[in-house]
Design a protein around this ligand. Structure first.
Ligand SMILES: [Zn+2]
Length: 311
């Protein structure tokens, strides 16, 4: 089992020598999902030794350049590497035309299926779902149509206690599935095994939410309630609150307020304005409201299961 994120770009619109524009890789049980794809994202993935071809789904929050200018390059690299597997791109309407124009101009006929899905900027929506995982989009408040994304594990079945397996009872696969779903078990001889005695609680499902770019926007709280990890943009500090408001961005204090109101486990701040050379004050501002806050840095991986951080 795995659930981790790797930050590939933590800068706002202008990249710096240490920070790339927005992009995050999400690994849910070794299926890779890319969120946003600013310029240079594929190089960032190379630096982090991420196997590019494992990416099956790409989610683009909105069509500002710092969130998607790296996409056509990545699509082209997949082609050059001989990809045959489908690639699904979820984005606001319009991206398909942009990418197709670029491919047409360079006379590239992709050798793999590229499938676009329009996201809904007005309502939450399930974009991807399996028995184990879910990816949802939800509206944000930005200058143009923008969505955030939620990645979540589904509730896992109950775990059979090892001690139960030592009982000498006839049991079918179907029985086991019922027990894992919460049922008691009655043996051939009529002996009743209470579910609570023969199973234990499964691990709590984990979740991760991404809010970039947005103004302070309380309606998101309902969609990200109790996430283990929240990435929220913090383009400015509170002394530039009016500029943040005008440019449809958030301050560090506002990001922390959202994390607190949503009962998030941990907050990662990102999308920093290039004006800030040092981010200590930005961090302190957020921590005054929400203690468990950390600054995003390019190349940082966080494991949601263990909270371990690696670079
Ligand atoms: Zn933007």
């Amino acid at each position: 089992m795995a659930f981790s994120i790797t930050i590939l770009g933590s800068s706002a619109a202008t990249p710096t020598s240490r920070r790339n524009p927005s992009s995050i890789l999400v690994n849910m049980d070794y299926t890779y999902f890319l969120m946003d794809c600013g310029e240079g994202t594929q190089i960032q993935m190379r630096k982090s030794k991420i196997k590019l071809q494992r990416i099956r789904h790409i989610f683009i929050s909105h069509l500002h350049g710092d969130h998607f200018f790296g996409l056509v390059g990545l699509i082209s690299t997949f082609h050059l590497l001989g990809r045959t597997e489908e690639l699904h791109v979820y984005a606001p309407r319009g991206l398909q035309d942009i990418i197709q124009l670029q491919l047409m101009a360079s006379q590239t006929q992709l050798i793999y299926p590229l499938i676009f899905h329009d996201t809904n900027p007005d309502q939450p929506e399930i974009l991807y779902e399996t028995d184990e995982h879910l990816v949802k989009s939800f509206p944000l408040d930005h200058r143009i149509e923008t969505t955030g994304f939620l990645f979540a594990e589904k509730q896992k079945p109950r775990k059979l206690k090892k001690s139960f397996l030592f009982y000498d009872v006839e049991i079918t696969v179907e029985d086991i599935l019922k027990i894992k779903a919460g049922a008691d078990f009655v043996s051939d001889t009529g002996r009743i095994f209470k579910n609570a005695d023969i199973t234990e609680d499964p691990p709590q499902p984990l979740s991760f939410a991404y809010c970039s770019d947005t103004r302070y926007f309380e309606p998101v709280i309902q969609y990200i309630n109790k996430v283990n990890l929240l990435y929220h943009e913090a383009t400015f500090m509170e002394d530039m609150k009016s500029v943040a408001q005008e440019k449809y961005h958030s301050t560090a204090l506002e990001a922390a307020t959202i994390a607190k109101k949503a009962n998030a486990g941990m907050l990662i701040l990102g999308h920093f304005s290039a004006r800030y050379k040092e981010l200590d004050q930005l961090l302190a501002e957020a921590q005054s409201i929400f203690k468990n806050t950390q600054l995003a840095t390019d190349g940082l991986t966080i494991d949601l299961g263990t909270n371990e951080k690696t670079r």
